[in-house]
Design a binder for this molecule. Sequence first.
Ligand SMILES: Nc1ncnc2c1ncn2[C@@H]1O[C@H](COP(=O)(O)OP(=O)(O)OP(=O)(O)O)[C@@H](O)[C@H]1O
Ligand SMILES: [Mg+2]
Length: 259
Amino acid sequence: MLENSNFEIEKVINHGNSAIVFEATEKDTKKSYAIKKSLPNPICGNYFFHNEIKIMKLITPHLNCVKFFDHWEYNKHIVLQIELCDGTLLDLIYGGNISISNVWHILLDIGFGIEHIHRQNVVHLDLKPENILVSNNRFKIGDFGLALRLPVDTDDPELHVGDRKYVALEVLEDNIISKPADVFSFGMIILHIISTGDLPNRGDNWLKIRNGDLSQFTFKVDSQDLINLTKGMIKKEIKERQTIKEIIIHIIKFIYEQI
Ligand SMILES: Nc1ncnc2c1ncn2[C@@H]1O[C@H](COP(=O)(O)OP(=O)(O)OP(=O)(O)O)[C@@H](O)[C@H]1O
Ligand SMILES: [Mg+2]
């Protein structure tokens, strides 16, 4: 199934459009890994898998980025061997298992992960709860399939935008690819965590959010500080958004004041 007899598949973790992710045990070491196998797309083939390998090799190891170990190819599939995690941030949101006291710690982990990739001039471009993995209560950036190294050639026909629910207007409408695009998506992740209901992926409500109007949301938290931080991250004007470093400082200050 993986054309690599050194792995025993334990179970399917997730089966999507472009990939199947398995939990597997390496026979020699008895260590567990996540094995992500491509399901080649008739139009773009394995383009995003090749891209993910390129980016994961480029990014130096970090506690808040999923670790990449190896890759191989067989038939028309590409297989990635990556650090096994316990689940995703989306599972936690749907499980209703996030309290206001741990939300700041989650945000700090995600912030550190983004800051690490931005420092290496990489933008993720598909930040969303299903791409934030959880392992031993640590949060890690995963799924680098759409990530790009800056500066980006915006004439590239392979340029793909991430999930509309989380994507910034300038990415979708003007093809502007820059670090603030990730800050916007991070802000949308926080909005998802702290508000009730689902995020829209098109229509009037979608546009209202991108014009700074959050009147459609009811917040589950009463921390005005957190709501203001979120609003600052999803500002329409790119230059008005805080950098990931400033956001991290804000989060650390908050955590420090609670001690
Ligand atoms: N390292 C991992 N450990 C545990 N689960 C993982 C891991 N990597 C991915 N998964 C699970 O598999 C899902 C899909 O993985 P990933 O986001 O990397 O692929 P994808 O390219 O988005 O695939 P698809 O096109 O199917 O959405 C994740 O949302 C998560 O549920
Ligand atoms: Mg994904």
